[in-house]
Design a protein around this ligand. Structure first.
Ligand code: NAI
Length: 722
């Protein structure tokens, strides 16, 4: 009778409801499961033989949460605040009917329980959690711009008090069993195999169990009234911390605080309506849609290798070779060894190769100190890295990645030597950040097996790998490269060859705009603050210092040589030339660039900037500078899409957030254009192009989209959020 669960009532009168949503690796709250839960609650309530209920799952996890793809569908079809309220109330009422069915209900949480999954467990009267590292629980909705909309905010508030609830839900933290017990979110921890038996015993021993908040005289631990100084302080401090951490572009954390405060001062059933009201507001807004689509749905598809050519068997490339044990090569060797892959790490001298291994050793030591892994597993990872200068050791490597200097001649030399030593059919990848792959592939006699694997710095932390196809790269090579990226647990985007590919090019537009603003006499502090307040992780001048002005200068010079008459110098070039050639301020690594880096304090804008680029008498507004910094990137991302450098809006968006730090609330560089409204964006670009130059001029595709009102993604509420 039920399609997503089965129920079995034993002689003692305990009904065990076992959830098993077919065709899904993990249970999610699909409409069918919700309908079954509601029906089974009604049936068990009516069945006089049933004395209590135990809810568990047939899968290794309990319930992973709401069906976010389904939610995204609602958002893309233009769900209103009222629709969002209704959606939330639907779940809320089903869980509330379970909670008030008049029989004791226990949750046997045999594995991970997140979001709506935990909310279902919270509606049970007793929670037993498996004593298993993978059995994490939490309410991560804030990460997709939402709040728990099935009673989670109000039950957690009433269980653990305002301060702890605000922290847990605004952080979206996930807790392991011991932490969950300590936090007071579950009652008992037990071995997975004993959960149901314990839950069964509990319901039999507690025939009159009910939710504490349904008892007369119930009080929220610590209270929730503004007249209480501790409550007052919690709310004002939390508001300040949230504003500092995420700025004002993310409405969910503030809505969570409002829900907790307002709901905490109301009877429980009214409080549930307050939660649904705020849920509806978030669901109808652009930010939740953008975050859900890009960081959950699209990123999830790319992680599952949506771009992998079909029909090619999975490869288990390994061992691998890494050429160049500098910053990038050492990082790549480290994460590959962590993924269980043997690594031959080659540099010009034995000392340099050893230095690369020492980088991994230091990182692993830190992991051991912090309790993230034990000494034996750290030693095992380190033992997989084999530093050498001998190319013959590449003889068994299925993949070799070069990360030597960004110099065509050096790269050509190491490519030729490596390919001569590697097995036939093995793949050669370059980690170049700027040099076109097709040109580099000319150094290999097997250009079909040549590909770009562009990692980001620091390799250990940055989640993206930009996979670049040369003109001759074949499908088997792409498939194997993607399999390798998946083993490293990174997110791949696949792009076509071009100067700077996708991410370096769009990132360059950000740095360049900062430098042009500086040359125009815009105050450097205004430029930097505008970058950060727009949501970029670092201001454009500071980030140029990080990657080095010299590198950007050299890349521009190389482009001039390669392109000849077709080269158009960037309006930022005079700034780079002045800093590199005359002032010898090359960036952070060489002591200073746009900033000074005193040994005994934080970095400071270089005072000489005021004489080099005297601030203009009239300064643009903060909003105007923010707009230029984001528009410069977005219009270039759209150009990359039009030129076929990046071929799907999903990859353009995911790549811009994970690779460049484009603000997540926008959903990515192209989603930003949708969010503003394509026509509005194009009008803004035209105006900026008139005033500041043709780099802002929209491409043909963008103009056609504006005319036809055709966004990059289904976005019925365009133009309302920015
Ligand atoms: P790095 O200067 O830290 O390391 C380069 C390493 O290559 C050095 O250890 C050097 O000794 C070695 N090397 C040079 N010539 C060699 C040869 N003939 N044979 C063997 N080893 C040789 O440079 P980094 O930053 O690690 O960059 C390496 C590559 O990664 C470059 O192509 C760069 O464009 C790219 N890249 C750099 C990023 C960054 O943020 N630094 C980000 C993404 C890519």
């Amino acid at each position: 009778m039920y399609t997503t669960l089965k129920t079995e009532t034993s002689a003692d009168g305990v009904a065990v409801v076992t959830i098993n949503v077919a065709d899904r690796p993990m249970n999610v709250l699909t409409p069918a499961l919700l309908a079954d839960l509601d029906a089974v609650t009604a049936a068990l309530k009516a069945d006089a033989a049933v004395r209590g209920i135990v809810i568990t799952s047939a899968k290794s996890s309990f319930i992973a949460g709401a069906d976010l793809k389904e939610l995204l569908g609602h958002m893309e079809r233009g769900a209103s605040v009222r629709d969002g309220f209704g959606f939330s109330q639907h779940l809320t009422q089903i869980f509330r009917r379970l909670e008030t069915c008049g029989k004791p209900v226990a949750a046997a949480i045999n594995g991970l329980a997140l979001g709506g999954g935990l909310e279902l467990a919270l509606a049970c009267h007793r929670r037993f959690l498996a004593d298993d590292r993978k059995a994490v629980i939490g309410l991560p909705e804030v990460k997709v711009g939402l709040l728990p909309g099935a009673g989670g905010t109000q039950r957690v508030l009433r269980l653990i008090g305002l301060a702890a609830a605000a922290k847990l839900i605004t952080d979206g933290a996930q807790l392991g069993p011991a932490e969950a017990l300590k936090a007071g979110l579950v009652h008992e921890i037990a071995p997975a195999g004993e959960l149901v038996a314990r839950a069964r015993a509990w319901v039999l021993a507690n025939p009159t169990a009910a939710a504490p908040w349904d008892a007369k005289g119930f009080r929220i631990p610590g209270g929730a009234s503004l007249t209480m100084p501790a409550v007052n302080q919690t709310l004002s401090v939390a508001t300040a911390l949230i504003t500092k951490a995420v700025g004002r572009r993310y409405p969910a954390p503030g809505a969570i605080l409002s829900t907790l405060y307002e709901g905490g001062n109301l009877p429980f059933d009214l409080a549930l309506r307050v939660e649904s009201k705020y849920f509806g507001q978030l669901l109808a807004g652009a930010v939740a849609r953008n975050l859900t689509r890009t960081l959950f749905v699209h990123k999830g598809e790319l992680d599952k290798l949506a771009r992998r050519p079909a029909g090619i068997p999975r490869s288990e490339t390994g061992p691998i070779g890494v050429l160049g044990a500098g910053m990038m090569g050492a990082g790549i060797a480290h994460i590959a060894a962590q993924a269980g892959i043997e690594v031959v790490l080659i540099d010009a001298t034995r000392e340099q190769a050893e230095r690369g291994k020492a980088h991994a050793a230091r990182a692993l030591e830190r992991d051991v100190e912090k309790g993230r892994r034990d000494a034996a597993s750290a030693a095992a990872v380190l033992a997989r890295i084999h530093p050498t200068t001998d190319y013959a050791e590449l003889r068994a490597c299925g993949l070799v990645i070069e990360a030597v200097f960004e110099d065509r001649a050096v790269k050509a030399e190491v490519t030729a030597r490596a390919v001569a030593a590697m097995p036939k059919g093995a793949i050669f990848a370059s980690n170049t950040s700027t040099l076109p792959i097709t040109g580099l592939a000319a150094a290999s006699p097997r250009p079909k097996q040549f590909i770009g694997l562009h990692f980001f710095s620091p390799v250990e932390r940055m989640p993206l790998v930009e996979v670049i196809l040369g003109k001759k790269t074949d499908e088997a090579t792409l498939a194997a490269a993607l399999d390798f990226v998946a083993r490293l647990k990174k997110t791949p985007i696949v792009v076509n060859d071009s100067r700077g590919f996708y991410t370096t090019r769009v990132f360059g537009a950000y740095c360049q705009e900062g430098q042009i603003l500086l040359a125009e006499g815009v105050a450097p502090a205004l430029i930097e603050n505008a970058g950060r307040l727009a949501g970029m992780p670092v201001g454009p001048l500071a980030v140029t210092d990080e990657v080095s002005l010299e590198l950007q200068y050299r890349v521009a010079r190389q482009a001039a040589i390669d392109l000849g008459a077709r080269y158009e110098p960037s309006p930022a070039m005079p700034v780079l030339t002045r800093f590199v050639e005359d002032l010898k301020r090359l960036g952070r690594k060489s002591g200073g660039g746009f900033y000074d880096y005193p040994a005994d304090g934080p970095k400071q804008l270089w005072p000489g900037l005021a004489t080099e680029y005297p601030p203009a008498a009239v300064q643009p507004s903060l909003e105007e500078v923010q707009r230029r910094l984001l528009y410069a990137q977005a219009v270039d991302a759209a150009r990359c899409f039009e030129e076929g450098v990046v071929t799907t809006p999903a990859e353009a968006d995911v790549g811009s957030i994970l690779g460049i730090g484009f603000p997540a609330w926008t959903g990515g560089a192209l989603s930003y254009i949708d969010t503003i409204g394509v026509a509005h964006f194009v009008a803004g670009c035209n105006e900026l192009a008139r005033r500041h130059g043709k780099r802002f001029r929209p491409g043909r595709d963008l103009k056609a989209r504006a005319t036809a009102n055709r966004p990059f993604h289904p976005s019925p509420r365009d133009g309302q959020a920015a």
